[in-house]
Design a protein around this ligand. Structure first.
Ligand SMILES: NC(=O)c1ccc[n+]([C@@H]2O[C@H](COP(=O)([O-])OP(=O)(O)OC[C@H]3O[C@@H](n4cnc5c(N)ncnc54)[C@H](OP(=O)(O)O)[C@@H]3O)[C@@H](O)[C@H]2O)c1
Length: 307
């Protein structure tokens, strides 16, 4: 699989990343098959968070990798921290450090290739984050840093004290959920789509060379639940996905990810499937380049009209 530059510091990983959020729902043996399938198809980047399955997802992944005898340096392991069960966020120095240490223990590794702040903490003190990151970097526990679900000003605020480059921002994005694209297409219009809800995070990410990692790329999003493939509310989109999939000899899922990859921001989508067949199908997406016409047709087929 092709590699993508992650940020602008020479760090790179597979264009598609596998999210491990749902690994607590499968057995250890199934987890091994999922990891093996990902590696077989060139997916070497795995996204975790301390809270996934209450830590069980990281634990199963760590055990699977250990028992399979996979060398640590053939994997890129990313985790996130800062969400506290029970309804709060915590970017204090102590919490960040203990979140990373908990992840390392469950993953049975002594370093993370990347660590992200999971969701903005309203009580965030940039000095504390900076101290935590300095310590995690100095002790070799974290190699690269980033954020998730952050807007540009929150990132700028962090940067007033954090010395390490922030390479990554994980954001919800799919062919049915793309407010960061809608706002740019509807400048000056008086409609809901023109509202900039994220501080222009898409353009900011390109300007600052931060890599967007689209999460839940198969979920409808927009506060609706469900998978967009085959969803009755998205018949037109599914017809177009079907047609393009047939024309290119790939699966609908492959086209949905190719739509994200066609964007010049050079994103790294994080798929969450725990189904080896689906992982294999999606892994073909980097080989499919949609035309401008196809990209816009998929956008419109999702029910979005251009001004
Ligand atoms: N930063 C954040 O706030 C945040 C939030 C959520 C997630 N994430 C990350 O993003 C990753 C992906 O999230 P996600 O799991 O919600 O993503 P997703 O890839 O959109 O959804 C995958 C889920 O949809 C199911 N599914 C059913 N039919 C499908 C189809 N035709 N195509 C694809 N999937 C289908 C999959 O089932 P099967 O397993 O049977 O394929 C799986 O349960 C997570 O693992 C996590 O690492 C980050």
């Amino acid at each position: 699989m092709k590699k993508v530059k992650i940020g602008n510091q020479g760090f790179e990983g597979s264009v598609i990343s596998l999210g491990i959020m749902r690994m607590d729902q499968i057995s250890l043996e199934e987890a091994k098959e999922v990891v093996q399938t990902a590696l077989d198809y060139g997916i070497d980047y795995f996204d975790h968070a301390d809270i996934y399955g209450d830590g069980e997802s990281e634990r199963i992944f760590g055990r699977a990798v250990k028992e399979m005898g996979i060398p640590r340096d053939s994997l890129l392991i990313q985790s996130k921290g800062g969400i506290v069960k029970g309804g709060m966020y915590d970017f204090s120095k102590e919490h960040i450090i203990s979140a990373v240490e908990g992840s390392l223990k469950r993953l049975q590794t002594d370093y993370l290739d990347a660590f992200l702040l999971h969701r903005p903490d309203a009580l965030m003190e940039p000095e504390e984050v900076a101290e935590a990151f300095d310590l995690l970097e100095k002790t070799g526990k974290v190699r690269h840093f980033g954020v998730s679900n952050h807007n540009p000003m929150q990132i700028e605020l962090l940067k007033t004290k954090v010395k390490q480059p922030l390479l990554i921002n994980q954001l919800q994005l799919s062919v049915t959920h793309h407010p960061m694209i809608d706002a740019g297409l509807n400048v000056n219009r008086v409609n809901d789509l023109s509202i900039v809800r994220d501080g222009s995070i898409l353009d900011y990410s390109r300007i600052t060379e931060m890599t967007i990692q689209p999460w839940s790329p198969f979920q409808i999003g927009n506060e609706k639940r469900g998978v967009l493939i085959g969803h009755p509310d998205y018949r037109e989109l599914n017809e177009v996905l079907d047609r393009m999939a047939e024309e290119k000899g790939v699966a609908q899922e492959t086209i949905a990810i190719a739509w994200l990859l066609r964007h010049p921001a050079r994103m790294q989508p994080i798929i969450g499937s725990m189904n080896p067949k689906r992982i294999a199908a999606v892994a073909k997406a980097p080989e499919v380049t949609l035309s401008r016409e196809e990209w816009y047709e998929l956008y419109r087929a999702g029910g979005y009209r251009l001004p």
